[in-house]
Design a protein around this ligand. Sequence first.
Ligand code: DTR
Ligand code: CA
Ligand code: ZN
Ligand code: ZN
Length: 434
Amino acid sequence: MKLSARLSALAGSTALVLGALAGAAPAGAAPAGATAAPDIPVANVKQHLADLQSIATANGGNRAHGRTGYKASIDFVKAKLDAAGYTTSIQQFTYNGTTGYNLIADWPGGDPNQVIMAGSHLDSVTSGAGINDNGSGSAAILETALAVARSGYQPDKHLRFGWWGAEELGLVGSKHYVNNLATTERAKLKGYLNFDMIGSPNPGYFVYDDDPTIETTFKNYFAGLGVPTEIETEGDGRSDHASFKNVGIPVGGLFTGASRVKSSAQVAKWGGTATAFDRCYHSSCDTTANINDTALDRNSDAIAHAIWTLSGTTTTPPTGTVFENTADVAIPDNGAAVTSSVTVSGVTGNAPATLAVGVDIVHTWRGDLIVDLIAPDGSVYNLHNRTGSSADNIQQTFTVNASSEVANGVWKLRAQDTASADTGYINGFKLTFP
Ligand code: DTR
Ligand code: CA
Ligand code: ZN
Ligand code: ZN
């Protein structure tokens, strides 16, 4: 049985920890301040680039819209995200008479009304593999998404990632996504971060100067590295962030340069040569040999820094009244559902629209599990429905709109393992009422 450091020695299955007791923060509360982002291993990013190169090589030498190499690229990225526990979806569109695809991946948890999104176009031009343009951005946000999953990161805000089709034909995929996003859904997007060409062989370090908060977040990161940056001037309208900016969504991003020539002043600042930032831009030589590892590494780490900073837990965990049960409840393999209960008392009126439901399930295959919250009146709120395949555990805080439920009474966390092999148990269940 996991004894929470915050629990008094109360017997029984329900412990009441009052965050408001005597005004003291509950013992063990995380200190204020955002969680620090992990380092993004550039070797992992380069492996994704090698895989994209292999896909291009096996599909006529490119990953362009409407070609087999593009769909193979989408399937490759989706498979990794599904295995890591993301909720993914493929959005189809038609352009030039051929089908295009966007891939959207949501990390479960966080406030659904505050979404931070990172995106990159995954398509290449027809003349080559498109490793810098834009395997580099696609691979960097993929590895950042995988780092979120590896760390079990549970930010305040909801995280979403997107890989766009047909950018090279005029931002077609991202425009399709935004155009089909309801106004109410657009309003939830508090920031869109775009990464298109972030590993140029003769790199510059450019920061988009659109949303000031996002811009400052990136500039501060590079200042911490002692790497000077410049404002990206090539391009309003030159990549997918324009699709989001055009509907009023705050945007930002990073860029290492394309066909323009690095000036002598920039050479003095960044090194390299007074030639094109990427001499293989839109050419067949845009292969895995067309990448500057230092730029790719720095930008990948900057992406993680921005994701953690802009979405992170910058305050202590939700304070208020916590009702918690840490009794272990075994979940029978491919068997009957089991429950863990807490008895809520002393709360006036209904539960909140943002009820924080802390789930701590230890399991070796989260894709087997169906997990529900059951209100005192029997209403069922599904929290998890077999997504995530072979990834372990479900250890996150869900935000549930329980405003139609009377707060006081017995609430249950119900878990059922619906596939054979792999086992686990409910390690803890808690509700936080603000
Ligand atoms: N249009 C992008 C490359 C590109 C050119 N200028 C900028 C500025 C900011 C981001 C990207 C770009 C492409 O060819 O995919
Ligand atoms: Ca790194
Ligand atoms: Zn391009
Ligand atoms: Zn591009």
